[in-house]
Design a protein around this ligand. Structure first.
Ligand SMILES: Nc1ncnc2c1ncn2[C@@H]1O[C@H](COP(=O)(O)OP(=O)(O)OP(=O)(O)O)[C@@H](O)[C@H]1O
Ligand SMILES: [Mg+2]
Length: 402
């Protein structure tokens, strides 16, 4: 093999993907490729509608679980409103702020200013540091004035990550406080439903009227979303039952489009790695299992070796007994001692192991329940593994290797 052959070989990608961008998470489809969100698109459209003809936008709050299309729909409809306004000779501007990247009032306000500068192609320098949040907002008010902007909509995505409400408050009062003559509105997005109470307590109650909830996708919608991305794959490579399977699994587990797309991508990657000619449902199963191992491994990475030995013991017991069986602390403890000693570790006391098991039930890895024994026995605690023992053992193996 010559050097250049080898070079070609190591970058060989196989014949599975035609355009893998389409199944990568960052890909944002156009408004007309958004599936199953017509009501939500219309509701946001109605909130922004007045601003496309020079009136005030309505501030809206959007809730919904992760991967239900909140960010996507919000961005697409806002962009569309910008175009619509343009055709009406109205200046409708927007700024998108992902609050998980900009968690303080100053950082989020700076990002808002930076976005607006960019959209207006203004020749203004937004200082990186050294000025207060309100100074960043003053830059925004000045820009709105200078460019005679009719309406501004600020998307505060992941707003629950923002450490205070000052930005939202100043946006909702911009006009009445005389800071700006532009109509200013916000779209607040959160996947934490508990945030609703927090927000309601602190912010003007009029906001509560404009609440929109995005439900998880059902299997039919997920199928549609995935089918719309089949051009990511070479023609004929996807077995016909692959997408229905991914959609069914995703609908049952979470209804999260992002995760479903990711599973499809991972199944394709596994097929590619194997040099297979088609992507099959087996690749889907493997992809789902691999994703769970990865998630679990991440969870375990923050725990001590003792917790790992305890979980290992529980996983072995679970694997060797009827499914769903729960085990008493003492039984787990005995196996734990053997495992810990075989690794050269000094075992903890049974009482300590008992408490660690109770803690794991907080993490959702195990479930601990009091069970009444016979009269003479009193009640005792039983522990059950909530994940498949194969996955736990596999993840433990990986996290053991340095
Ligand atoms: N209706 C849809 N049609 C097509 N693709 C979709 C749709 N909904 C979601 N997606 C895909 O799933 C990805 C995740 O959606 P999005 O980022 O909007 O979720 P989210 O609700 O904002 O989740 P999070 O709360 O985690 O931020 C999008 O980038 C897009 O690729
Ligand atoms: Mg989002």
């Amino acid at each position: 093999m010559t050097n250049s052959d080898r070079k070609n070989n190591i970058f060989e990608t196989g014949g599975v993907f035609a355009n893998r961008e389409l199944v990568r998470v960052g890909h944002v489809p156009e408004l007309d490729r958004i599936i199953g969100r017509d009501d939500e698109v219309t509701a946001i459209g109605q909130a922004l509608g007045p601003a496309t003809v020079g009136g005030p936008p309505e501030t809206t709050i959007i809730y919904g679980k992760t991967g239900t299309g909140k960010s996507l729909v919000t961005r697409c409809v806002t962009q569309e409103a910008h175009q619509e306004a343009k055709s009406n000779d109205v200046s409708f501007q927007y700024a998108y702020v992902d609050c998980s990247d900009y968690q303080t009032d100053a950082k989020a306000s700076r990002e808002m200013a930076r976005e607006l500068v960019q959209h207006l192609e203004a020749d203004v320098d937004v200082p990186r540091v050294g000025i207060a949040a309100s100074d960043y907002r003053d830059i925004v008010w000045d820009l709105l004035d200078e460019f005679a902007v009719d309406a501004l909509v600020v998307i505060l995505d992941e707003i629950d990550k923002l450490d205070d409400d000052e930005l939202l408050r100043s946006l909702s009062r911009a006009r009445e406080s005389g800071k700006s003559s532009t109509h200013v509105g916000a779209i607040c997005v959160s996947n934490k439903i508990e945030y609703r109470d927090r927000l309601n307590q602190r912010i003007d109650s009029s906001l509560q009227d404009n609440e929109l909830v995005f439900d998880p996708y059902d299997a039919g919608q997920l199928r549609h979303i995935l089918e719309d991305r089949t051009d990511a794959f070479e023609a004929g490579v996807l077995d016909t039952d692959v997408i229905p399977k991914v959609a069914a699994l995703a609908a049952k587990e979470h209804g999260d489009a992002r995760k479903a797309i990711d599973t499809l991508y991972e199944a394709g990657r596994l097929a590619e790695k194997e040099g297979a000619e088609t992507v099959t449902v087996d690749h889907v199963d493997d992809a789902v299992q691999q994703a769970e191992i990865n998630r679990f491994e991440k969870l375990l990475s923050g725990t001590t070796p003792h917790v790992k030995h305890i979980l290992h013991a529980l996983a072995l017991l679970t694997a060797n007994n009827p499914p769903q069986e729960a085990f008493r602390t003492h039984r787990i403890y005995k196996l734990y001692v053997t495992l810990a000693e075989s690794e050269g570790a000094d075992p903890l006391s049974e009482d300590r192991v008992y408490r660690l098991l109770k803690e794991q039930s907080f993490l959702g890895i195990t479930e601990s329940k009091h069970t009444g024994g016979g009269q003479s026995e009193g009640s005792y605690l039983e522990h059950r593994l909530l994940r498949s023992p194969d996955i736990v053992v596999e993840a433990l193996n990986i996290s053991d290797t340095p």
